[in-house]
Design a protein around this ligand. Structure first.
Ligand code: ADP
Length: 185
């Protein structure tokens, strides 16, 4: 086993946890970051909220308990990937501070990134047409409209997607990881 492989296997792992409102830019940034890190030869997996719900969260709704259970499953998977030296990018609304602190204590290499975008901007983007449905009450318990979003009080990094391009956000994130010696692994 060469030194680099050994270093990976013994490292604490790295999970980049993107939290924010629907439409804030989590998936856009996660996709770009995944591509960028892969180009640089890193082992990376991206766990997206919608994909997780489709594959591991069937039957789960949007009550606080179900949202928490969805996060618990994502954390379990991220931990498993981390143990195999895979950088894991998780893009999930994760609206409650309690669920993010659960992820933080469960994952040694946890980096919380607040994808910050004002609600009116997210609503104007309305990427999936969900805000319109939430306003008309067709969708109940929609984060930011009829369900809470507890903004992170002390994230490792905040990215302002209403003020910067996705590429600028990714540059900032990779610089932060590099400065804190979390990347490259
Ligand atoms: P989420 O995954 O948070 O629900 P999406 O990534 O699906 O959000 O949608 C975000 C939308 O905002 C996309 O249409 C994207 O092109 C746009 N956008 C504009 N600026 C940014 C930025 N700096 N970062 C991420 N997305 C941005």
């Amino acid at each position: 086993m060469n030194d680099q492989v050994q270093a990976r296997n013994t490292s604490a792992g790295l999970t980049i946890w993107l939290t924010g409102l629907s439409g804030a830019g989590k998936s856009t940034l996660a996709a770009l970051l995944t591509d960028r890190l892969r180009e640089q030869g890193q082992a990376v997996e991206w766990l997206d909220g919608d994909v997780l719900r489709r594959n591991l969260g069937r039957g789960l709704g949007f009550s606080r308990e179900d949202r928490f259970e969805n996060i618990r499953r994502a954390v379990y998977l991220a931990g498993m990937l981390n143990r195999h030296g895979v950088i894991t990018i998780v893009s999930v609304i994760s609206p409650y501070a309690e669920m993010r602190s659960y992820a933080r204590q469960a994952l040694p290499g946890f980096v919380e990134v607040y994808v910050d975008c004002p609600l009116p901007v997210c609503e104007a983007r309305d990427v999936k047409g969900l805000y319109a449905k939430a306003r008309s009450r067709e969708i109940p318990a929609f984060t930011g409209i009829s369900d809470p979003y507890e903004a992170p009080a002390d994230p490792e990094l905040t990215l302002y997607t209403a003020e910067q391009t996705p590429e600028e956000c990714i540059e900032e994130l990779i610089s932060w990881l590099t400065e804190h010696r979390l990347y490259p692994m």
